[in-house]
Write a protein that binds this ligand. Sequence first.
Ligand code: ZN
Length: 414
Amino acid sequence: MLKRALCAVLPALFAAAALAAGAAGKSTFVLRADRVFDGVNMHTGWAVRVEGDRIAAVGPAAGISAAGAKVIDFNGSTLMPGLVEGHSHILLHPYNETPWDDQVSREGLAYRAARAVNHLRATLMAGFTTTRDLGTEGAGYADVELKQAVEEGIIPGPRVLASTRAIVATGSYGPKRFALEWRVPKGAEEADGNDIIRVVRDQMGHGADWVKIYADYGHPTFTLAELKAGVEAAHSSGVPVSAHASTPEGMKRAALAGVDTIEHGSNGTLEVFRLMRERNVALCPTLAAGEAIAGYAGWKKGRDPEPGRIKAERASFQAALESGVTILSGSDVGVFAHGDNAREIELMVEYGMPKLAALKSATSVAGHLLHMQIGELKPGMLADIIAVGGDPLSDITALRRVSFVMKGGTVYKQ
Ligand SMILES: [Zn+2]
């Protein structure tokens, strides 16, 4: 407990220094390390030149000018793009601290936002410089305002893609075990029929960068026609759509409706993953949440036999790999501790994904899917760069040893 507390204080000091430095203007850097992973391939003996908030040059160190630059050497380390969290809930904290039902129905907005400030800092310090936050789970539009606070330099945090309240079919999603005659707060905004168009537009109007729709929750909810209407309303305004779906039927409807990513896909079949691939729908597998929830239910990994739920997720993920569907690394962090995001990348490797593919899934593949100039170290991209101890291609747990974090040319951790 004490160690955790100290860890929490130190990054805060670095962050304060970084914010001060950011206000004073950005510098020119040349960063050198044993290896550079540029988001696509691993290179030895490379360097990266940063000017202002962008990457100016990348390549063999001998060819990178150090003129006017602060040079930093990272011996024994790998430089790589800042990691991307494809699926977070910055307004949730681990369910073994407080069950989801109680967070949604008993924790107030300011209290939840106060926690989220810590969550954002922990995410950035863990080397995740961008997060796609998929629903405030009852905390209104707080994600949009937290994003604003990060962008204005009021608090340290990753780039945030917000989706506000998320959209569910009436009666499908909310805290349980209340007297049935009570109207309890919901975990997302309800919509039915063509009203989904108004709700999509209202959420975009409140600042949603992505629209999140629950295509199922235990069982399929929205009809194909409803999903299509929601997707069309979002796409016609240039906003992409993420669908929660774990059942083959929910996933199929979401893919046919034209969503951009499907979250979880825990019971996906080879057939449905092939359909997703055909229709350019990416999978965000959230393996880490599955394991966390099984752990909270008493499962001791490595000691107890694997629960059915985990066996199903493993089989589903392997079918996804076989299908060739695009995979975006995303963990559903919030179910477990913020800052522990790398757990997802480790589990993708454990469940059979090659290490290089897993690294790309959290960098270049993510940058492409999120339509942002991130995830690759190449000239013109945003200077979101981290250093990790060791070589993540030989030992994926190197992602836990983050010694340096730069976001948009500002150093937040060193
Ligand atoms: Zn989620």
